[in-house]
Design a binder for this molecule. Structure first.
Ligand SMILES: *Cc1c(COP(=O)(O)O)cnc(C)c1O
Length: 357
């Protein structure tokens, strides 16, 4: 009696094809954070079979784990290069995304030491102010191209700040800054759009888009219909049903009190499974084509639902907690977060299986 996570890898692949067509240019797949919680070891080989030839993860260890599943294709490590781990990049044929002069220098030093020209991506900051060459650093490399020598630059890359808000003027500003930056760099291919950036129009087309969230069904165009297919369903079983009298309370801190005799269904899932406690008091689950309201506090291992109007809900019935009927973006709204955090929070207690939804 445990939660079950069904991952529809064919729908992930279909979403990639849709994104690649919308981009109209080469398109990678971002599979960081265990493919946004769905399971990179399940998702990545299916994307490879669908024709994906460029992958991104955040951390080196993620890339090392994926390399045997992704032979012969590019794996970029977004969080960059550390000299302490240098050997792993060459042993596993991984590309660091270099985003500061000291990082570039460390990689050049390593390449020189082993007598090779090593490949990398160059991250340029155009507004995020997290990683990537600053304007001042860009100035320095433009004045002294030797600072970039000895590295086989595959792409110049930047990351959009507000791509899911098409009216935000920062989008166009970043596009202009990126073009200006690239004009000052040695000639190399360019990589710009994330999921939402693909939908900002042809001005945001580049030599390599980097969608993540939309692959997994998160809406890249918030406020408009979701063009992506759902890719996952998290279900959990009803452990017990009890009927309480009007006036009785449910759960920690007695945050919910029955206004009528109520059938309470207790379900085997909680915040330890990544279901955000902040959704208490707002959430609902799917059952039989209807919505069953969550009542009381979300606890670590249990949820409680008002099953009074759902007589077919019985011990052993499974509720859809997140899935096609209860999209991650909607759960995110209840929890005060975004669909990315809902998916990447999915714990590892659920039994995972690959299947159609
Ligand atoms: C996570 C990430 C992406 C993917 O962004 P989505 O919004 O999930 O499509 C692309 N580029 C970089 C640098 C990232 O960190």
């Amino acid at each position: 009696m445990i939660p079950e996570l069904t991952v529809d890898i064919d729908s992930v692949a279909a979403n990639w094809s849709l994104l690649a067509a919308a981009h109209g240019a080469p398109t990678s797949a971002v599979v960081k954070a265990d493919a946004y919680g769905l399971g990179a070891s399940l998702v990545a080989p299916r994307l490879l079979a669908a024709g994906v030839r460029h992958f991104f993860v955040a951390q080196l260890a993620e890339a090392v784990a994926l390399r045997p599943l992704l032979p012969g294709v590019m794996i970029g490590v977004l969080n960059g290069f550390s000299a302490a781990d240098a050997g792993a990049y060459t042993v596993h044929d991984l590309l660091p995304v270099l985003g500061s002069l000291p990082e570039i220098e460390a990689y050049r030093t390593f390449a020189a030491r082993i007598g090779q020209t090593l490949p990398a991506l160059l991250h340029v900051d155009t507004g995020m102010s997290r990683l990537g060459l600053s304007a001042a650093e860009l100035e320095r490399v433009a004045d002294d191209p030797g600072l970039l020598a000895g590295i086989a630059w595959r792409y110049a890359m930047t990351h959009l700040v507000s791509a899911e808000q098409p009216d935000d003027p920062v989008n166009a500003a970043q596009q202009v800054r990126f073009a200006a930056a690239c004009a000052r760099l040695p000639p190399m291919a360019r990589s710009m759009a994330n999921s939402s950036g693909i939908f900002l129009g042809p001005g945001f087309r580049s030599d390599l888009a980097r969608p993540g969230a939309a692959l997994y069904g998160i809406n890249p165009t918030p406020g408009r219909p979701n063009p992506m297919r759902p890719t996952m369903r998290l279900t959990a079983p009803v452990l017990q049903i009890r009927t309480i009298a009007a006036g009785e309370a449910v759960g920690y801190n007695a945050s919910w009190t029955a206004a009528r005799p109520t059938r309470v269904a207790t379900v085997a899932l909680g915040y330890a499974d990544g279901y955000h406690r902040a959704a208490s008091g707002r959430a609902a689950a799917g059952f039989d084509g209807a919505r069953v309201p969550l009542i009381g506090r979300i606890s670590m291992d249990l949820l409680t639902f008002d099953a009074t109007d759902h007589p077919r809900l019985q011990p052993g019935s499974r509720l859809e907690i997140i899935g096609p009927a209860v999209p991650p973006d909607e759960v995110a709204g209840w929890a005060g977060t975004n669909g990315y955090e809902v998916l990447t929070s999915l714990g590892h207690r659920a039994r995972r299986r690959v299947g159609a939804l």
